[in-house]
Design a protein around this ligand. Structure first.
Ligand SMILES: Nc1ncnc2c1ncn2[C@@H]1O[C@H](COP(=O)(O)OP(=O)(O)OP(=O)(O)O)[C@@H](O)[C@H]1O
Ligand SMILES: [Mg+2]
Length: 488
């Protein structure tokens, strides 16, 4: 037997990943560019096929030219056939090992190709750049990997790689990068100890050329964060590229009683699509909107009614802009045979059917989120609204349809943004004109100064108003956030 370390010099992260192979794990390796992901995939396939007789291994990439470029063209030079004891069959793209094992190089570029792969049996499935596939396809692929040969001393394994910026980033983020069990279904939770994430970045790979690191370093900031550091919050393809945590998320302050408050409500009954209610208030002077509270739940229509009633009474909200599907007869409640909208109205909740023009609605939300170095955005979110804050940046463009290319992908976590859209598009008009705009100069770039300037503007504005003697003033707490609002 050849000693692998005599031929290949693996990085520590690559060695760590290899230790998990053959043990029934689902491994996600990488999470940033250039960490030696494809190389590891190639080594894993060859090493285990060489070691374990009768092993069925598949290496999947999106297209054949990519497979050729990344794997096949390096196969014989990296893994000499006389040492590893295999023959490469170029017609079928299969490496056949003397011990009966085989590596199949397979492009997954169509539903038909996916069905074929799912119908075959593999004990080692390697999906390079796995987050380019949608979650459903991935789950089906994962489900098709099983130990079919009882003689094999190898527990079936899936090895996936990927960088932020694919279709199923949400899946990889919540399952591997920052596991968030509220998104896992029963089957996943049962085997949660089998999920392994090994974060490998370009700095873990001594074999990379400096030119590659320089290229990553000069990328636009969002992409640099994503690809160089494996930051999964800001990635290419993010639908709301305007969203910036530092800018839009603020510490809560008590909402003054006289501010107009509304709720946006998106109904749902499953873990993937829960019901979401967002409470939004508008500052009557600056016209800014503040998302100040949220509810996220999975329950029955009756339970939602109870909770929503309690929230609107607590905050004195007098209108709820709701998901138009609640008026559908097809969504009638099993027990009462009434539409959810009818049940809400009967319970005294003031719901109004929201405007549901999606593309136009998103444009309006983007307008509210828009900001520049000199002008603050008109929409802010209190930091207690964690579901909205977490899911808003995870929504992606709909890349599957050319017609709806300005729409976001409905496979993503879109419940909170739908609730936001219902409330904002139907409930408020975007303030036009320069009247209340807050100019930020270079000296006032830091948030504390910005708030101080903001207060000054408000006081000035009200002082100029001779028929009204009301003067508003905000108090700034030590962190620079406005913590209270008083009228005198
Ligand atoms: N253990 C190793 N020994 C020798 N070369 C290696 C090793 N690991 C990675 N490399 C080399 O480093 C470079 C980058 O590796 P690789 O292509 O596997 O990274 P990656 O994470 O797949 O990158 P990308 O994000 O661009 O797909 C390649 O030239 C590869 O051959
Ligand atoms: Mg690669």
């Amino acid at each position: 037997m050849i000693k692998i370390t005599d031929i290949l010099q693996l990085t520590d992260k690559q060695k760590l990943a290899l230790k998990h192979i053959g043990k029934g794990k689902i491994i996600f390796y990488g999470g940033a560019r250039g960490g030696g992901k494809s190389y590891l995939s190639h080594v894993a396939a060859n090493l285990f096929c060489y070691k374990i007789p009768e092993l069925r291994c598949i290496i999947i990439r999106e297209t054949y030219p990519e497979l050729e470029d990344v794997f096949i063209s390096h196969q014989e030079e990296r893994f000499p056939p006389n040492l590893f004891k295999y023959k490469y069959q170029s017609r079928s793209n299969i490496c056949e090992f003397q011990n009966g094992s085989r590596i199949m190089f397979k492009p997954l570029d169509s539903a038909k190709a996916a069905r074929k792969i799912m119908g075959s049996q593999f004990q080692l499935m390697i999906i390079d750049e796995a987050n380019n596939y949608d979650e459903q396809t991935l789950r089906k692929l994962l489900g098709s990997v099983r130990n079919t040969n009882p003689n094999i001393n190898f527990k079936s394994t899936v090895l996936m790689t990927g960088n932020p910026g694919g279709q199923s980033d949400f899946y990889f983020k919540t399952r591997f990068v920052n596991p968030d069990y509220k998104y896992w279904d029963k089957g996943e939770l049962k085997y949660k100890d089998n999920y392994v994430f090994i974060k490998a970045m370009v700095y873990d790979n001594p074999y990379i050329e400096q030119q590659y690191i320089d290229m990553l370093d000069t990328l636009p900031e969002d992409l640099r964060q994503a690809w160089l550091y494996g930051n999964w919050t800001t990635f290419e393809g993010q639908f709301f590229s305007e969203f910036n945590h530092e800018h839009h998320v603020i510490a809560p302050f008590p909402i003054p009683k006289d501010w107009h408050k509304v709720m946006g409500f998106d109904i749902g009954y499953t873990k993937k699509h829960p019901a979401v209610a967002l409470c939004i208030a508008q500052n009557p002077i600056t016209n800014e909107l503040f998302v100040f509270d949220e509810y996220v739940g999975i329950g029955s229509t009756e339970e939602y009614i109870e909770t929503i009633k309690e929230i609107i009474n607590t905050y004195n909200i007098n209108i709820v802009y709701a998901d138009p599907s609640m008026w559908n007869d097809t969504k009638k409640d099993k027990h009462t045979d009434e539409s959810p909208a009818f049940m809400f109205l009967k319970a005294g909740i003031p719901i109004v059917q929201a405007n549901n023009k999606r593309v136009n609605g998103w444009r309006i939300i983007k307008q509210w989120l828009h900001w520049t170095e000199k002008r603050s955005s008109k929409l802010k979110i209190f930091d207690n609204c964690s579901y909205l804050i977490q899911t808003l940046p995870l929504n992606k463009y709909n890349t599957s349809s050319l017609v709806n290319k300005e729409d976001c992908d409905t496979n993503g976590p879109d419940d909170a943004i739908d609730a936001l859209r219902y409330a904002i598009v139907t409930g408020f008009g975007y303030p036009l004109g320069k009247g209340n705009e807050i100019q930020i100069t270079e000296e006032t770039n830091d948030f504390k100064n910005f708030i101080a300037l903001y207060n000054e503007e408000i006081v000035k504005e009200n002082n100029n108003d001779d028929e009204e003697e009301k003067i508003y003033k905000r108090y700034i707490n030590a962190d620079g956030y406005y913590s209270n609002y008083a009228m005198y």
